[in-house]
Design a binder for this molecule. Sequence first.
Ligand code: 13P
Ligand code: SF4
Length: 305
Amino acid sequence: MNIAQLQQEILRLKKEKDVCILAHSYQAREICEIADFTGDSYKLSVDASKADNQNILMCGVRFMAETCKILSPEKTVVLASPIAGCAMADQMDKALIEQVKKHYPNHTVVAYINTTASLKTICDVCVTSSSAVKIVNRIPNKDILFIPDCNLGAHVAAQCPDKNIKLLNGGCPIHACVTADDVAKAKALYPDAELLVHPECVPAVCAQADYIGSTSGIMDYAVKSDKKEFIIGTEISIAEHLQYMCPDKQFRILSLKLICPNMKATTLVDVYNCLTGSGGEEIVLDSDVIRDAGRCIDEMIRLGE
Ligand code: 13P
Ligand code: SF4
């Protein structure tokens, strides 16, 4: 089978087996093409919960599949590539944060959605990169413990000056590798381009951006903008997808370090194998984890409205 035939077979099988395929925007183009929904981590889990299908196949990373399971406990949720974790979500576990919380007993614990389901059970509210500022501003408590990403946390703190935000030393190793020097080099090469970055980048990079936002935010901004050239400061697939969406514009990659190996673990063959029952991993969570992590996500939805 060639790629086109494999895609046709996947489309046939997903219909026959009542499967809704989700693809995060960091996935390769050929995977996004066969997905029912594409987008950022939060949008995908909401899309999955509203879909009629009994089965959800997540082409993304583990915390995203867990979020789908928490929002749709009655559905079967499968992670297409069982090795696709998230280097940031795996940095901090429940035991570590239980210890940290003892030092900050009066702080509201805000967890980036890039955390494990187990860790979410002891946090007060989740945020996504697109909703973090709005949600932190709406939390009545002044004292906030923001985990795990200190770069997103610094971005939030700068925009919520009334809050006392405690950060830990976590973050995305892919985005955090990009330096101000990389920005200077890209701007020298593409002087007319606007710089669009994800808030997981370090503050010295974010400070030079024309726009800071989530993967969906960056894509919306670039599509709607009158500008013709952009340097994309997030995973390189976003630049590729945008180039197909807007062939009359030019999308430059800020740094070749911006390749997430976990996001690139999923292949079209993995998707096919999941649909034929010989691949993937079903996400199984204890009912108390679903209940307690669900509280944290429900609070995000309530405060984010
Ligand atoms: P989004 O929530 O913007 O999709 O980001 C997920 C992610 O892993 C960014 O590195
Ligand atoms: Fe996790 Fe970073 Fe990969 Fe996003 S880019 S999935 S935060 S490791």
